[in-house]
Write a protein that binds this ligand. Structure first.
Ligand SMILES: Nc1ncnc2c1ncn2[C@@H]1O[C@H](COP(=O)(O)OP(=O)(O)OP(=O)(O)O)[C@@H](O)[C@H]1O
Ligand SMILES: [Mg+2]
Length: 392
């Protein structure tokens, strides 16, 4: 095919069709159409870690019949599903001296927490951070809603959703925040294969919000848009402890609306000098835009803002220096832990898995352990911020 034989729209359309058909074929080869992604079962070591109990204590609880029994493998090892973990948590919590020892979520008047993961630097690890954070929180006993606000839909893809196929008739947050005939947000929430984790997927339709907002502002002022995400989330507020929003790498109206709904903000930073410069622009622009919506009446109170160094190459001198530099400037606003760069994370990503779904035996053990330790340290530091916000 000669480029000059076709108009640009036809040429690009042909490439699009070719790619979509091929991706679909690949997907069918890996996941047959009726197969749903499933969470693997967990070893007793993994279960003990997620329950925050000692391995031998977990065995003792089973022996004494204090918690429900689980499946045994042929080799006489216990295997745990996520449902098992929730049942065990409930059994332990009912006898715990201190409330919240095993069920860490909201109690009483604790407010829902909404965390936005932002930066307009592409590839700074927003989606990787959002996915692992949402999953780790769900695995450790929080009720989590993950929201894919990026038209590129990487977070959705990571959860086994293919936008062209699964969202052909809509089903993104756009449907719940659009100006004409919005749907109840409940109608766009999907259960995932992980107990405790629900998802609102994304796709290109989210761009519609960017196109429609200027006219909505002209009609009703800025107020018309900035409260849309918060108002939609309020409809399901009672169902979750935490919402994690994976923002797109741009400061559009949706990102602004997500930020004004947020109680916590995570800014991912790839520790390189060029990325710092772009982050400086990002911060300035965010601040300017937010001040406009605050003047229009937005409530911009929040509980915490933290910078998270991502994709840190352990031992890399320039990166280590950049991290020290931002720690010097921003102090405790930089998380103590950083997410290390690891082939375990990128390799798991290739098969649309997070480290929490992947199996240790498929990796070099030391590589896998280093990556997951770093990921857990980051996520547990964020969980501690949630607990602190709830006054614990
Ligand atoms: N800690 C890590 N170690 C290795 N690879 C990583 C790590 N974090 C992210 N990556 C890889 O880097 C790429 C970009 O990461 P990710 O998609 O999370 O960034 P992003 O900020 O969401 O990008 P975008 O701005 O395009 O949405 C992905 O291929 C991901 O697998
Ligand atoms: Mg992303």
């Amino acid at each position: 095919m000669n480029d000059s034989d076709l108009d640009l729209d036809t040429a690009i359309g042909q490439y699009a069709e070719l790619l979509a058909a091929n991706l679909q074929a690949q997907r069918e080869a890996h996941f047959p159409p009726d197969a749903r992604k499933q969470m693997r079962s967990l070893t007793s070591g993994e279960a003990a870690e997620l329950l925050h109990v000692d391995h031998t204590y977990l065995r003792k609880l089973h022996r004494e019949g204090k918690i429900p029994e689980v499946e045994m493998t042929a080799g006489n090892h216990r295997r745990y599903t996520l449902d098992d973990l929730w049942q065990i948590r409930e059994a332990l919590e009912s006898k715990a001296k201190k409330p919240g020892t095993y069920l860490p979520g909201r109690r009483g008047d604790d407010p829902l927490q909404v965390i936005s993961v932002v930066n307009f630097k592409g590839g700074s690890g927003k989606t990787t951070t959002s996915a692992h954070l949402a999953q780790r929180l769900a695995l450790t006993g929080y009720r989590v809603l993950a929201v894919d606000l990026d038209p590129q839909a990487s977070l959705s893809a990571l959860h086994g959703i293919q936008p062209e196929v699964d969202l052909a008739d809509g089903g993104t947050l756009y449907d719940a925040v659009r100006y004409d005939a919005p749907m109840p947000i409940r109608d766009v929430i999907r259960k995932t294969y992980m107990r405790g984790l629900d998802l609102i997927p994304g796709n290109l339709e989210l761009m519609e919000f960017e196109h429609e907002t200027p006219a909505a502002i002209a009609r009703g002022g800025a107020r018309a848009f900035f409260a849309r995400v918060r108002d939609a989330l309020d409809e399901v507020e009672a169902d979750y402890d935490v919402v994690v929003i994976d923002c797109p790498p741009q400061l559009g109206f949706l990102t602004m609306s997500a930020l004004s709904a947020s109680t916590g903000v995570l800014v991912t930073v790839h520790p390189q000098m060029l990325d710092l410069m772009s982050m400086s622009q990002f911060l300035r622009m965010t601040s300017d835009l937010l001040s406009v919506i605050r003047d229009a009446g937005a409530d911009l109170r929040f509980d915490w803002l933290r910078f998270l160094p991502t994709r840190y190459k352990v031992g890399d001198a320039p990166q280590t220096e950049v991290i020290a530099f931002i720690r010097g400037l921003f102090g405790r606003a930089v998380l103590v832990n950083q997410m290390v760069e690891s082939t375990a994370i990128s390799d798991a990503g290739l098969t649309k898995q997070t480290l929490y779904e992947a199996e240790r035996k498929d990796f070099t053990r030391a590589t896998f352990d280093r990556a997951i330790d770093s990921m857990n340290a980051v996520n547990d530091e964020i969980a501690a911020l949630l607990q602190k916000t709830w006054g614990r």
